[in-house]
Design a protein around this ligand. Structure first.
Ligand SMILES: [Fe+2]
Length: 350
């Protein structure tokens, strides 16, 4: 074990001790492999040094981190180029999206622990990547072909590209939009279609899916008010991923929903907002609480989530490893939240 300064921390190192903040909150737990986003987190909290094991993990094992970062960087660059009327090259976005699809086809849970991270400046870009991940997981489960999945993935990562033409004062407004502002905001669907149709190398279907991502199953959506199967399959998938991801992210004007609350919200909207069959498939195939994330329970216990998927992952089994304000627990014990209705997740720690 060695104690090293933050400037020397590299991805692939393994934490030998918990990283605890001055106020007692646990930032990262012993045994975690350092990934690029954890380094940013350590920098943000100004952690001066950490203790790491002498051995490192092969960087190949954390390659999904690189793919996620690449996707984020690519969509950010493209959206910024479009906002400032600069030339756009989507070759590298197409390659990264291809990489993401391959990763998910090999292992549909590969990115689940990376989703849900938000910082205010990068909200739209991180949201776009997450919507892409959830959409591909759903498309894979629906048995769509590789070409269809790849097309859907591009539409999903670009679904809000039309927001580049919305004034920042409306886009970043912390409060509720006025009627007029909302009417302008709604135009991002048609803007998206127009932008994508001008980008070389993207087919017309992608623009069509993007234009329809706010249409609703019962016809109450926009811009056209299309109903049920008149809405493109891709748009029906993206609309579910979009709402789920938006609910689980912290926004300036409201605290985020816990993932199980967002899943319950979606299920309550069944048959009005979303295609019921696709919604069922979405819930069955995403991990609401992915394996190994650390959660705080209403009992004050801090626990690691054990593997589960679909409905079961809304009330997963967890292994309690410590207590928020209490002494450490040397013998972790399990709680199955399905059998303990009074115990629930109140926060996600990491
Ligand atoms: Fe949108």
């Amino acid at each position: 074990m060695q104690k090293i300064a933050l400037s020397e921390v590299k991805a692939g190192m393994k934490l030998a001790k918990d990283v605890v903040l001055d106020d007692g909150r646990i930032l990262l737990l012993k045994g975690f492999t350092i990934k690029p986003r954890y380094i940013k987190k350590l920098e943000a909290y100004k952690v001066p040094y950490i203790s790491v094991e002498d051995t490192m993990v092969d960087p190949e094992e954390i390659s999904e981190e690189r793919v996620y970062e690449d996707a984020f960087t690519n969509i950010k660059e493209i959206m910024e180029c479009i906002r400032y009327d600069q030339e756009v090259d989507i070759t590298s976005l197409k390659e990264t999206v291809n990489d993401m699809v391959q990763h998910i086809l090999n292992d549909d849970m590969v990115f689940m622990t990376l989703t849900g991270i938000r910082d205010i400046d990068n909200y739209t870009f991180l949201h776009s990547v997450d919507v892409c991940i959830y959409s591909v997981i759903t498309a894979r489960a629906l048995g769509m072909s590789y070409d269809e999945i790849h097309e859907l993935a591009l539409a999903a990562i670009l679904h809000d590209v039309g927001k580049c033409k919305i004034p920042l004062s409306i886009l970043n407004k912390p409060g509720k939009l006025t009627y007029e502002e909302f009417e302008i905001m709604k135009r991002h669907t048609i803007n998206g279609l127009e932008i994508v149709n001008q980008l070389p190398g993207l087919n017309q279907k992608i623009g069509k899916i993007i234009c329809q991502h706010h249409e609703k199953w019962d016809g109450s959506g926009y811009p056209m008010g299309l109903k049920s199967y008149d809405i493109e399959l891709g748009a029906r998938i993206i609309s579910i991923a979009d709402v789920y991801d938006a609910l689980t992210a912290n926004r300036v004007y409201r605290k985020r929903f816990m993932p199980h609350e967002a899943a319950e919200y979606l299920m309550a909207q069944n048959e009005c907002q979303f295609d019921p069959k696709i919604l069922q498939c979405f819930i069955d195939n995403i991990a609401v609480y992915p394996q190994d994330i650390i959660v705080l329970l209403n009992t004050g216990e801090v626990a690691r989530v054990l593997p589960s998927k679909g409905i079961a992952s809304m009330r997963p089994r967890v292994s309690v490893i410590t207590r928020k304000d209490g002494p450490p627990i040397f013998d972790p014990y399990e709680i199955d939240l399905r059998n303990n209705p009074t115990v629930f997740v109140v926060d996600i720690i990491s």
